[in-house]
Structures are given as structure tokens and as C-alpha cells.
Design a binder for this molecule. Structure first.
Ligand code: NAP
Length: 288
């Protein structure tokens, strides 16, 4: 085979790669992020699967068209490098999925300063940093979709999750407002709002600082934990990936995509009752 022929093959491969759409996903090491990588890959997309420790990822690295690369949403240089590497390899980013996030559980008064900072660093400031890094490419190409993984907890609240809700409410406001400045440039913003799912979220992605021995909060906190343990968590993680894919491909103006039976039911209930009735319902259901 001549040198000219292999050059042609390389060019053809490059053109094929660049004709496919490309999605950039944060927090792709587990849970919704990993399921979303697999689904977009199955659908024939190029995928930039970003995570804090890519050296531990064996499964996704074996897929062709999937670039596994390091990104910590709190580390600007890792964000810049992941975005530039992805664009070099695939030609551009059509869809950004801001998925990386974690939760905190405990009373506000007991929350250590570091836990407060970290909750916002990852769930809000990190999401903003990644968005800002991807926007120049989307703006230059006048196309793009930014999908922010919020939560049902971005629209309704549970007790003892104040910081987590504060971050997800922030993500909701940011995403809703951002559409005004980005829609005229051909870029859409979307919110995916899952209910409870059995990922690593309630385990290694949950920072439980509790009550720090403050007696006034102890009994209600324990009641809440007891009820939380009984909360039905869905095992169908793929359902969330499907909704993220829908948000990326439906061509609709739609902003919010609740997902999961519990999320849909809770949001419907919330729309029908006022703040006081909702609070009483939540107090009753959580036993605090
Ligand atoms: P998960 O399996 O624990 O995944 C969380 C991901 O975030 C992990 O890949 C983790 O990476 C990553 N992450 C954490 N800090 C990061 C950082 N500084 N930089 C980059 N990545 C970071 O939980 P999940 O349920 O799939 O959570 C994904 C998103 O869904 C989160 O935004 C969460 O708030 C939201 N959500 C979850 C539920 C639920 O019930 N599961 C419900 C509503 C919303 P490492 O592997 O490096 O730790």
C-alpha cells in the first residue's frame, strides 16, 4: 500500500470523525455521567469523557470515538486542557453535559467552612468554569447545547440538605437566565432534573457532617436519616442518560427535563400547593 493511499485513509477517518457530533461530559467516572458516555457512544457520537482520575477508567477507554481525559471542575488548567484536547481530536463540541456534582447532609450551623466552600466550588463554580471554557467554540460555530444536571432538589427542598439545594437552585437560575444571552447565538441551555437514583451519589459522593453534636437538631436529623434510608431509589440509571440524550437531540425549546417517577410526582404536587402546605407535607413525610 502506497504512502498516498494511507494518507487518503487517514483523511477519510478524520473527515468521518469530524462529521459526527461531539459531546463533552464531566463526572464521567460513574453514575449518570458514565451511563451518558455509553449511550452517546452507542448512538454514534464522539464523546469526551472527562473525570478526575482517568487512569482508573478501563471500560470507556476501550471504546473508539471516546476520549477519556482528566478534568477536575475545580482546576482551571485541567478544564482548559480537556477542552482543547477534545476540540483538536474531534473538531468541536456540540453538546456540553455539566454532570459532576456531590451532596452534603447536615445542619447549616454544623457545616464546616471547607464543606460549604467545596459544595459551591464543584456544583456551581466548577459548572460555570467548564461552561465558560466551552462557550468560545460554540459561539464561533453558532451552535451548541449546554445541559446542566440539576436535580428535583433544584426546585423543591428536603430538610438538612440546605447547601446542596442552594447549589442546585443556583444551577437552575443560572441555566434559565443564560438562555437569554445564548439563544440568539444559536446555543440552547437545558436542565435535567433527576429524582432519587442508586448511583454512587448517596455513598462516596455524599459528605455527611451531621449535627456536630448540637442537641437541638439531633432528634429531627436522626428521624430524617431514618426516612431517607427508606426513600425508594431507582436502579434505572440509564433512564437519566436517555433524558440527557433527548435534551441533546429533540430540537425543542424546552428548558426543564424532570426524570424519574418520584421527581415528576413531587414537582406536580409542588405546583398545586403553596409554600406552607408544602412545608407541612415535607415535615410529615420526613418525620422531623
Ligand atoms: P456519582 O455516581 O457519585 O457521580 C458523581 C460524579 O461527579 C463522579 O464522577 C465524581 O467523580 C464527579 N465529581 C465530583 N467532584 C468532582 C470534581 N471536583 N471534578 C470533576 N468531577 C467531580 O453520582 P451521580 O448520581 O451520577 O451524580 C451526577 C449528578 O447527578 C450530580 O450533579 C448530582 O448532584 C446529580 N443528581 C443525582 C441524583 C441521584 O439520586 N443520584 C439525583 C439528582 C441529581 P469522582 O469519581 O472523581 O469522584
Amino acid at each position: 500500500m502506497g504512502a498516498g493511499h494511507s494518507l487518503d485513509l487517514c483523511m477519510e477517518q478524520l473527515i468521518q470523525t469530524q462529521m459526527k457530533k461531539t459531546v463533552f461530559i464531566t463526572g464521567a467516572s460513574s453514575g449518570f455521567g458514565k451511563a451518558t458516555v455509553k449511550l452517546f457512544h452507542q448512538k454514534g457520537w464522539n464523546v469526551i469523557a472527562t473525570m478526575r482520575s482517568p487512569e482508573n477508567e478501563k471500560e470507556l477507554s476501550a471504546f473508539s470515538g471516546v476520549l477519556v481525559t482528566r478534568l477536575d471542575v475545580t482546576d482551571n488548567s485541567s478544564i482548559g486542557e480537556a477542552v482543547q484536547t477534545g476540540i483538536r481530536q474531534f473538531g468541536g463540541i456540540d453538546v456540553l453535559v455539566n454532570n459532576a456534582g456531590f451532596g452534603t447532609l447536615g445542619t447549616l450551623e454544623a457545616a464546616p467552612e471547607e464543606a460549604i466552600q467545596q459544595q459551591f466550588e464543584v456544583n456551581v463554580f466548577g459548572l460555570i468554569k467548564v461552561t465558560k471554557a466551552v462557550l468560545p467554540d460554540m459561539r464561533a460555530r453558532k451552535t451548541g447545547i449546554i445541559i446542566n444536571v440539576s436535580s428535583v432538589g433544584g426546585r423543591v427542598t428536603f430538610p438538612f440538605c440546605t447547601l446542596y439545594h442552594a447549589t442546585k437552585f443556583a444551577v437552575e437560575g443560572l441555566t434559565e437566565s443564560l438562555q437569554y444571552e445564548l439563544n440568539p447565538l444559536g446555543i440552547r441551555t437545558k436542565l435535567v432534573e433527576p429524582g432519587g437514583y442508586k448511583t454512587d451519589f448517596a455513598g462516596r459522593s455524599m459528605n455527611i457532617y451531621g449535627t456536630d453534636g448540637l442537641d437541638d437538631y439531633q432528634q429531627p436529623f436522626e428521624s430524617f436519616l431514618g426516612r431517607l434510608a427508606d426513600w425508594p431509589m431507582s436502579e434505572n440509571i440509564g433512564e437519566v442518560a436517555e433524558v440527557i440524550y433527548e435534551a441533546a437531540t429533540d430540537g425543542a425549546e424546552k428548558l426543564r427535563y424532570p426524570v424519574g417517577h418520584d421527581a415528576v410526582q413531587l414537582l406536580e404536587t409542588r405546583q398545586q400547593i403553596d409554600d406552607v402546605v408544602f412545608k407541612k407535607m415535607m415535615v410529615g413525610q420526613t418525620g422531623i
